[in-house]
Design a protein around this ligand. Structure first.
Ligand code: NAD
Ligand code: WQD
Length: 340
């Protein structure tokens, strides 16, 4: 079975490609490298032991996609390609609507043209906005607090409309919680541009000495230690969720919407302590005012994923930190040649 992985050079996509190949799928990667390095693909190839068909192109570009579908018999698409920086989406919303919403529409049109109607989409826990309670189940009300989140909501709705228009579509919407960690060989991982927005890469860069100190955004939340609580999930567990989604996709008779989280909530201070333990390094921090748009608590009820996919996250917070540290300490400058 041939799977097209859009955004396959990115953080989650590159890790997922490894497990897909190990599960026996033929993989085609499609990426415009706007937030990825070709080196990431070389590292994946090193791990799996062979070359991977790779197309440089943009999901908004029909011709780029057509080249792939003309030359490969694609059975299903895992659609990771998208922009994900919340702050940038506030400053430049049209860029996000164009890339994430229009990009998905063009992709689906070309897929339909070639008779490929199975898609797994990277949604996000951000679609729950500020949940009224935790843990979060899939039926909670949806709300976006920023343009990035709205692109995820819109694409979810667009794909549901697509299914209503044509029941041949097989659609899985995976709502990721907070992906962290890296492949355990230490040659692949998250490689953010510039100053990291997310907690884990910031902690890792602080531990390795690239940043002086972590700013903890808010120490006065209604949580046991006052810092924000999230559901951090190991990227390899997340990757495995995609393999499981492909196993059920052919038999779907409705659009499936599934949380991928561990069900455990950890605070920012929990993460700092766990990282110090895993790395043996001190992570200096200071508590600063809350970051606009942040919420106190967000963690999943992952029981639906277990029920329908037979999937559950297996890796502990200690493994998430150890694997991040192995990658960060051995590759302090990431893949180095980002965007090339
Ligand atoms: P990433 O930026 O590392 O990967 C996205 C990849 O898509 C990159 O390789 C980028 O070059 C590519 N891309 C972007 N726009 C493209 C386009 N128009 N055409 C072709 N390629 C394009 O991000 P990631 O963390 O791996 O996230 C993957 C997906 O999961 C995204 O859709 C993201 O919104 C979603 N998601 C991520 C998180 C997270 O915290 N990392 C959480 C929830 C959902
Ligand atoms: C986690 C916790 C921060 C950085 C974001 C997106 C979401 C999803 C995942 C894509 C919070 C605190 C962070 C720092 C800190 N992405 N923090 N200092 O905000 O839960 O989710 O990434 O879909 O849409 O919004 O993740 O890693 O930024 O923050 O104190 O330097 O760490 O306040 O409590 P978040 P995060």
């Amino acid at each position: 079975m041939s799977i097209l992985v859009t955004g396959g050079a990115g953080y989650i996509g590159s890790h997922t490609v490894i497990l897909l190949i190990e599960a026996g799928y033929d993989i085609v990667i499609f990426d415009n490298f706007c937030n990825a390095s070709k080196e990431a693909i070389k590292r994946v190839e090193k791990i799996v032991g062979h070359k991977i068909a790779t197309f440089e192109g943009d999901v908004r570009n029909r011709e780029d996609l057509t080249k792939v579908f003309k030359s490969h018999n694609i059975d299903a698409v895992i659609h990771f390609a998208g922009l994900k920086a919340v702050g940038e989406s506030v400053e430049n919303p049209l860029k996000y609507y164009d890339n994430n919403v229009n990009g998905t529409a063009v992709l689906c049109e070309v897929m339909a043209e070639y008779g490929c109607k199975s898609i797994v989409f990277s949604s996000s826990a951000t679609v729950y906005g500020d949940p009224h309670t935790t843990p979060i189940v899939e039926s909670f009300p949806l709300f976006a607090t920023n343009p990035y989140g709205r692109t995820k909501l819109f694409v979810e709705e667009m794909l549901r409309d697509l299914y209503v228009s044509d029941n041949d579509w097989k659609i899985v919407l995976l709502r990721y919680f907070n992906p962290v960690g890296a492949h355990d060989l230490g040659i692949m991982g998250e490689d953010p541009n510039g100053i990291p927005n997310n907690l884990m890469p910031f902690i890792a860069q602080t531990a390795v000495g690239k940043r002086e100190s972590l700013s903890i955004f808010g120490g006065d939340y209604d949580t046991p230690d006052g810092t924000g609580i999230r559901d951090y999930i190991h990227v390899m567990d997340l990757a495995d969720g995609h393999v499981k989604a492909l196993e059920i996709i052919k038999n779907l008779s409705e659009v499936m919407t599934i949380n991928l989280g561990t069900g455990n909530g950890y605070s920012v201070l929990d993460m700092v302590k766990a990282f110090e333990k895993a790395s043996g390094k001190k992570v200096p921090y200071k508590i600063v005012p809350r970051r606009a748009g942040d919420i106190a608590k967000c963690f999943a009820d992952p029981s639906y994923a277990k029920e329908v996919l037979g999937w559950e996250a297996k890796r502990s917070i200690d493994e998430m930190c150890q694997d991040t540290w192995r990658w960060q300490s051995r590759n302090p400058d990431g893949y180095k040649n980002k965007g090339k």
